[in-house]
Unconditional design. Sequence first.
Lengths: 336, 472
Amino acid sequence: MTAAIDIATVWAFIIAFAVFVYVVMDGFDLGLGILFPLFPAKGDRDTIMNTVAPVWDGNETWLVLGGGGMMAAFPLAYAVLMPALYTPVIAMLIGLIFRGVAFEFRWRVKSERNRWDLAFAGGSWLATLAQGVALGAILQGVHVEERHYAGGWWDWLTPFSILTGVSLAIGYALLGATWLVLKTEGPLRDRAYHLAWYLLFAMLLAIGAVSIATPFLHIQYAERWFTWPNIVLTAPVPIAVAVVTVALLRSLADKQDTRPFFLTLLLFALSYLGLGISMYPYIVPQSIDIWQAASPANSQIFMLFGVAVLIPLILAYTGWAYWVFRGKVRAGSGYH
Amino acid sequence: MSSAMSWLISGFEAVSLARAQFAFTMSFHIVFPAFSIGLASYLAVLEALWLWTGREVFLNLFNYWLKIFAVAFGMGVVSGIVMSYQFGTNWSAFADKTGPVIGPLMAYEVLTAFFLEAGFLGVMLFGLERVGRRLHFVATLMVAIGTLVSAFWILSANSWMQTPAGYAVNPAGQFVAADWLKVIFNPSFPYRLVHMVLAAYLTTALVVGAAGAFHLWRDRHLAGARVMFSMAMWMATLVAPIQLIAGDQHGLNTLKYQPVKIMGMEGHFESHPDGAPLYLFGLPDEKAGKVKYAIEIPRMGSLILEHDLNAPMKGLNTVPRENWPPVPITFWSFRIMVGMGFLMFGLGLLSLWARWRGTLYEWRLLHLFAIVMGPAGFVAVLAGWITTETGRQPFTVYGLLRTADSASPLAAPAVGASLISFAIVYFVVFIAGLIYLLRLMALPPHPGEAGLPRDIPARAAGITPAIESVAR
């Protein structure tokens, strides 16, 4: 039994890791789509696309791993959450389809480029809002009876989930803007700096609003964060957010091209950690914990063999790909 | 509330809409992997022949089909992401109950497919000049093997739903694995794997053959067109008869483990104690319990299925009505698949005769036949999947879990709205992709055929790599 408990925790971390890698990696290229309407010039758009063209599709791997892994490792959670998040999940998939094919199709037929640019921006917006709304819907909890979702198909839509949807769009946009600061130069980079400044303040407002609203959703969240001795462990998180924010402000003011992006990643990591603190050990908040949702140990162990071999390989390859395509992207040149 | 409204939102209707959605998205999806499994192997063969003989024409053909492979593979991945979430959105009860058993099989499919993509596809698509010939060939080979490994896992999961084995049921009502080897190598899996991989090879051969014939039609001396047409016709000649045998063996396996499916496929409503007929054509009427306007060969059904003219065969009248598969669909899709198979067999024989007479590259009628047969593999694959999946009904896990008990607790409008959304999006996106594919194939393979172009962004992982603008 203890073995089963341990393996469930291991899998919870694997799924959480896959989702986090997905959020930060697809986050910045979705952020570029969100910012796309603000860069109407064709040359800028080509450069923006070129900064992520070599890597964006590998990023989506992690989404499939998160979803597919969840069905295998925590089938009950998958079975409850997917119907509960029905509309956001389907909206996300449709957004990702448009965003994905736009990457390829916009280079094909020049007369149809505007159409696929619209698909790129629209798909990115749709996918991001859907992901953020889904996060809010999970946090606020879903109606579970026995082993299935028992709510309606619009339960996910609340002021709180709209807040998390907008917040995620702001966060991805900030990631996108700091990515452009990292990868571009000249006027395009200057405009990205300008945007990042506003987006950082918006992001701080968003983090603050979500942090204040979350404890009101469930008393358990408040207890988790504000009761002794938990507070010793939880207090460093907001303090770290403050420190990272100051560093981020300074790096933007000093125009250090590399730092803003990585500090924004850190901000995402801290927010994600905060979510983890609120949720653990639940996988469906306040209804189903990871041990209730876990598939039997022999299923989880069977998969662990594959994951133990392949995830390090995929990580190594991904790191190598980013290394190969490092450096600034010049207008009209791509990477070669 | 009007009766029409209450009918619309009744549970039965939501299940039907969910089935329609799965059938629709799956049918779009399966076309791309079926093609890319075959094409990956074909590319490996072309590169091997180039390395072995040093003949330029093989490299030209490799580069020609590589561009097409890139688009087809990308569309397979995009449509596959939708499939991996659909088990949860529309079939959550199924996901909960079978997740511990088939979840890991599908997770392995994802891991192997994406590992291959991350590790080798990028090199295969863009790396010939960067990594050298040998390493590049290894990458091509790994991609071909990777597509087969993908097929292995996903067909294992599917076969387990058809012929579940090696499982136990836990107190929560979930299927759990008692013996992983028995789960993976369940009774119908080896047959289904062979049948499907051969189908993928034939599908690709017919597309390649049609493209070759199309270009021969315009210039019968075009070297690339001659080689691809000849290779494709060898495949049809050799693999079509093997596929007929494999299909027959698969049918015998189905008779043993899923006899009711066979009754549906054959339209055997009644039992035949001394030899069952083979209905060539007819209109199965479930209400009347017989095949109307049937053209039948007496005792032929027993001969095919039992290899014995007089073998007794039970009919659907021995099965409770609520356990019948939808007979007309199963009956007709099976006949379409078999009909396509015999046409492929015929094309193979005809090409062999033309080869023997020395008119393979001149005989216009053969070329016309090959062009018409271009999509036949896709038709056969779709018809075959419809046969086996509707034949599994009314169960998702054969005999153990009913389809009606597998669906998500959702109201019909939710499922209907998502079905309409997917239908619109798929028609816009995949039709556009299909047009790009056909435009690529309409260009003749020429000497010095370029690989993937360099004037648009390179890809590192490259599931949907750039192809040259065909419009310029």
